[in-house]
Design a protein around this ligand. Structure first.
Ligand SMILES: [Zn+2]
Length: 430
């Protein structure tokens, strides 16, 4: 994967005139990637030290960095490069995961792939800004920020989420108005829906996108949807439900289940074919709601409602709700991990004047994706992560080992750890 990434990085545009500096661009991109991958802001500094003392370093052996660039060099080289140039590796890795059968368990309702689309802020400041910042003014105060839509593939019962190519909320050529999450989601869909077979995907979003124009767009792109649907933003739909409720027109169903720790009851309600808004051109959608309560005490554990194009019956409503509910994973497993558990989404390489902050997020998410791939496909990685418990322990060890010792390859490094922990790798494991 590192080789594949290097190949992509080799084709990044170099905007400095008159210099043959292919390696420099490649090294800057791989260098930044290695920092995210090792979850160590000082990884490159340590490797420079190692090179000086031992005449060799792990940035070269593990990541193929020819000459370790300095942080200012990385900033200058990467700043002018649009994040669009880094889309391809996401899909190459996704295709490899799919082809090797690692995504078989990652399916949701009606055998579709569940893609959760959600926006997240990765930068906010009152001082630091660039030409591509989103600007919010409140009275005297101006706030500069950057955000992106970070789609992930989720599945009920799977702890692993798979990050897909993000879409940045950035000023678009020829458009005066500031960009926003809704527009970014539309662009992502227009570009990527064709990558999947018709009706093989179910899109999950929060209430922000749960309106007729977006639902129509999803259907146009032959995508299914399960979208959060709150009463305040859907008055027409909920007044229909209220009327139907009076004549027992809302189907109800209670399903008990054991969640591994205690018994829950899923109290489901659903109606097919409700108008999404007022007016004659209203789109008709199916609606369902769930209240999950603890069986013993009746304590409410979870409550949500969704609209969907999938037909609802007594048989399908609970599996559908289970799929809809996996959207929380994007917050828990993806955005939360990225912000709080080692990925340093706002890394100190800095902000730049053009695209730097977005490009770094792109590299950071790629590091997260490669870790995810390893957790699905590498026995050695799985054993080490399992043995070392919290993710921080694994990366602390990696950081310390590579600071003091030289490893000619990833295999040497992982085998060293396995041997020291007295975990025998399987003979043909990779
Ligand atoms: Zn900015």
């Amino acid at each position: 994967m590192v080789k594949q990434l290097r190949a992509t990085f080799a084709s990044l545009p170099d905007y400095r005139p008159g210099q043959n500096t292919t390696y420099a661009i490649q090294d800057a991109a791989v260098g930044a990637f290695s920092v995210f991958f090792m979850q160590s802001p000082s990884f490159l500094a340590h490797q420079r030290d190692l090179q000086r003392k031992q005449g060799r370093n792990n940035a070269a052996s593990l990541f193929g960095v020819e000459q370790i660039p300095s942080d200012p060099q990385i900033r200058n080289l990467l700043d002018p490069i649009s994040p669009d140039h880094l889309r391809a590796p996401y899909w190459a890795i996704f295709a490899a995961l799919h082809d090797e059968g690692h995504l078989k368990q990652h399916v949701g309702h009606a055998n579709t792939v569940l893609i959760a689309l959600d926006g997240t802020y990765y930068f906010s400041s009152q001082k630091i800004h660039c030409d591509n910042c989103t600007v919010h003014t409140h009275g005297e105060q101006t706030r500069y920020s950057h955000a992106a839509v970070t789609p992930v593939l989720v599945a009920p019962g799977q702890n692993t989420v798979i990050p897909l190519e993000p879409e940045f909320i950035l000023p678009q050529d020829g458009i005066e108005k500031q960009d926003c999450e809704q527009q970014a989601v539309k662009r992502w869909l227009a570009r990527n829906a064709v990558r999947f077979a018709p009706w093989s995907v179910t899109i999950l979003t929060d209430d922000l996108h749960s309106h007729q124009p977006f639902c129509s767009l999803l259907l146009q792109h032959q995508c299914n949807f399960i979208l959060t649907c709150k009463p305040d933003s859907h008055p027409t739909l909920y007044s229909e439900i209220e009327l139907l409720d009076k004549i027992d027109g809302v189907a109800q169903l209670s399903v008990g289940q054991f969640n591994g720790r205690f018994s829950e009851v899923w109290q489901c309600r659903y109606v097919n074919q409700l108008p999404l808004r007022s007016g004659e051109d209203a789109l008709f959608v199916n609606w369902c709601e769930v209240r999950i309560v603890r069986k013993q005490t009746g304590e409410l554990l979870y409550h949500n409602a969704f609209i969907t194009n999938h037909p609802l019956t007594d048989q399908t409503v609970q599996p559908l709700l289970r799929s809809g509910r996996t959207r929380w994973k994007i917050e828990n497993e993806n955005n939360n991990v990225l912000k709080n558990y080692g990925y340093h989404l706002e890394h100190n390489f800095g902000h730049g004047q053009q695209y730097l902050s977005a490009l770094l997020v792109m590299l950071n998410l790629l590091a997260f994706l490669v870790h995810t791939v390893l957790s699905l496909s590498s026995l050695k990685y799985q054993r080490l992560r399992h043995e070392l418990g919290p993710r921080r322990t694994f990366f602390d060890d990696l950081r310390t080992l590579t600071r003091y010792l030289f490893f000619p390859s990833w295999d040497h490094l992982l085998d060293f750890m396995l041997t020291q922990l007295e975990l025998q790798p399987a003979p043909d494991s990779s």
